[in-house]
Design a protein around this ligand. Structure first.
Ligand code: 9Z3
Length: 342
C-alpha cells in the first residue's frame, strides 16, 4: 500500500485564496447546479498529485492483475465557516462502515481506492487506532524488550497477514479529504480515471456528505468575531446533487451503490426509492443511525431485502459488512455480465 501523499494535509485550510471577489457569487438553485458549483469553487491545490497516483494505481491493475476496482468513500465531510478555519460544520460518521467494507472487498479480490476523511478509521489500523486503549496497551515488556501482549497476539496476527497481503499486492490506495469541496473535486477526478474500467468499476459511497454548505464567495477570511454580532446566523446553500453527474457523465458504465442514512424508520425505504428514481443508479443501501451496525436494507426499484445479524452473530462480534459485501459483489458481477451481453 503506498503511503499517504506526504506533501499536504487536507485538514489545513487554504489560507492563500481567502476571500476572492473575482469568483462569482453562488446563485440560488438552477439547472446544472453541479457545473455552477465547479465554476465558483476552486479545486484543491494537490488534486493533480492525487490524479497521478490514482492513474498509476489503476493502470497497474489493468496491466498486471485484472482486478475489479471499487471506490469506497468513508467518513463525514466538513463545511468550513471561515477560510482560516476555526469553526466548521461536520457530518456524523466514524468511518467504520467504509473501513470495514474496504477490508472485505480486499479479501474478496478487489483493488480498493479508499477516499476517506483524514484521521477517520482506516482499513486494518481500525482494529487498534480508535479503541479506548492506548496503543501501548497492546504491548508488554519481556526480558527488556517490547513484545505484543499475548492477549492480543493471535487476533493481531490475522489482521497483520491480511494487511500485508493488501500491501504486497498493491491493492489499497488511501486518498484523504476533509472538506466537502475537497471531497467533491476528488470524487470527480477519481471517477474520470475509474471510468476506464467501465463496468468493472464499482462505486460504494458510504461517506456522510454534507447536504448544505457555505459558498466560497460568502466565506469570511478570518475567524468570525463574537463581539461584532452577538448572534451568528449562517445562511447555507444546498450542495448540488452530484450523484446524477456521476451516473450520467463521470462514470456512466460503472455500478453505483449509494447509502441512505435516516433516523426515522418510517421514511427510510421511501427516501431510498426516491434516490433510485432520481439518479437511476443500481442500488441504495438504507440504514438507520440507531441500528446501522445490526441491520441494513438493500433497495432496488424491483425489491427490498433486509440484511440482519442474528443475536448469535451479534454475540460472536460478526461484522454486518462480512454479509453485505459478498451480496454487493454478486450484484456487481451481474452488472458486469449484463453489460457484456449488451
Ligand atoms: C451511511 O449511511 C453510512 O452507513 C454511515 C456509517 C455514515 C451511517 P459509520 O461511519 O456510519 O460506520 O459510523 N453513509 C451515507 C450517509 C449519507 O450522507 N447519505 C446521503 C443521504 O442519506 C446520500 S450520499 O442523503
Amino acid at each position: 500500500m503506498p503511503p499517504l501523499p506526504k506533501s499536504f494535509h487536507t485538514s489545513y485550510p487554504d489560507a492563500d485564496s481567502a476571500i476572492d471577489r473575482r469568483i462569482p457569487d453562488f446563485p440560488i438553485a438552477q439547472l446544472l447546479d453541479e457545473d455552477v458549483y465547479f465554476n465558483t469553487h476552486k479545486p484543491p491545490t494537490y488534486l493533480g498529485e492525487i490524479e497521478a497516483e490514482i492513474s498509476e494505481f489503476i493502470d497497474y491493475h489493468i496491466k498486471n492483475t485484472g482486478k475489479k476496482v471499487v471506490l469506497v468513500t468513508s467518513g463525514g465531510t466538513t463545511v468550513p465557516l471561515e477560510n482560516n478555519t476555526v469553526r466548521f460544520i461536520d457530518n456524523f460518521s466514524a468511518g467504520t462502515r467504509g473501513a470495514t467494507s474496504a477490508e472485505y472487498f480486499l479479501e474478496l479480490g478487489y483493488a480498493v481506492v479508499f477516499l476517506h476523511r483524514e484521521f477517520s478509521l482506516l482499513p486494518y489500523s481500525r482494529h487498534y487506532s480508535h479503541t479506548t486503549n492506548c496503543f501501548l496497551d497492546y504491548m508488554t515488556e519481556a526480558n527488556n524488550r517490547v513484545e505484543i501482549n499475548p492477549n492480543f497476539a493471535d487476533e493481531m496476527l490475522v489482521v497483520l497477514r491480511k494487511y500485508n497481503a493488501a500491501k504486497e499486492s498493491n491493492s489499497l490506495l488511501l486518498v484523504p479529504f476533509t472538506t466537502v469541496n475537497q471531497y467533491l473535486y476528488t470524487l470527480k477526478t477519481i471517477s474520470g480515471v475509474l471510468s476506464k474500467l467501465e463496468s468493472r468499476a464499482l462505486f460504494f459511497l458510504a461517506a456522510a456528505v454534507s447536504d448544505f454548505f457555505l459558498p466560497h464567495s460568502r466565506m469570511p477570511e478570518h475567524k468570525i468575531q463574537s463581539q461584532t454580532s452577538g448572534t451568528l446566523i449562517v445562511n447555507l446553500e444546498q450542495v448540488p446533487k452530484f450523484l446524477s453527474r456521476l451516473v450520467d457523465n463521470w462514470a456512466p458504465t460503472a455500478m453505483i451503490v449509494s447509502f441512505k442514512l435516516e433516523t426515522d424508520s418510517l421514511i427510510l425505504i421511501k427516501k431510498a426509492i426516491g434516490a433510485l428514481e432520481r439518479y437511476q443508479h443500481q442500488l441504495v443501501i438504507g440504514n438507520l443511525l440507531q441500528t446501522r451496525k445490526k441491520e441494513v436494507v438493500f433497495v432496488t426499484l424491483k425489491d427490498e431485502n433486509w440484511v440482519r445479524l442474528t443475536e448469535e452473530q451479534i454475540g460472536k462480534n460478526v461484522e454486518i459488512e462480512s454479509i453485505m459485501i459478498p451480496k454487493v459483489i454478486e450484484a456487481h458481477d451481474q452488472w458486469i455480465k449484463s453489460k457484456q451481453n449488451n
